[in-house]
Design a protein around this ligand. Sequence first.
Ligand SMILES: [Mg+2]
Length: 217
Amino acid sequence: MVRRWDEGRFYPSRPLGQAPFPFPCDYGLNRLVGGMSGHPALFLDRDGNLIRDHHHTCREDQIELIPGVRPALVACLAAGYRLFILTNQSGINRGIFTWEQYLACNRRMLELLDLPAPGILEIKAAPERPDEPSLYRKPSPLFILEKIAEHGLDPARCWMTGDRVTDWEAGANAGVRSCAMRSGAASPAELAAAVGRGFAVHDDFPAFVRAELKLTF
Ligand SMILES: [Mg+2]
């Protein structure tokens, strides 16, 4: 009988080529055995990362791409990165705006981005306030872990990028790399703390793509 390296751990064995069940404790072992072959991916915060943050952005006329984001994302797609957006939208449960307004903003953003296929594969929003229980509100790693398993992603080639502490922590909690952006809401002290914790810090998403992913556009 062929035994797989992960057999007998916290989950049953599975067909070769399928991602391990995403317990964070497994990632260290993956690295020890040489890393898993899998797809690279980017997990993207929305406000302050891809579009300007207007603090509870909720009107279509507020949607403005951060300069350079579109060509940067096109370069990422051409390089094989799978793209996902995860966004905390507590304005919904605070009663500041509705799901319909939020979705209209997404449609406007996607219209402005006008990305080639496959574009953004999924957009996940957490509508809960910080004081409410939530499965997906960042810094929860759940969405990232689900996509790693579902798409057979290589955690070593995945990044979470965003402009808030909760973004960087979501990436760290999921066992992927995180990059902090200066293009949004983070304070100088928060950005300094991000550097201290070993996170990459860049002016904006295009600068991240050039510096960390080594892509030109
Ligand atoms: Mg943000």
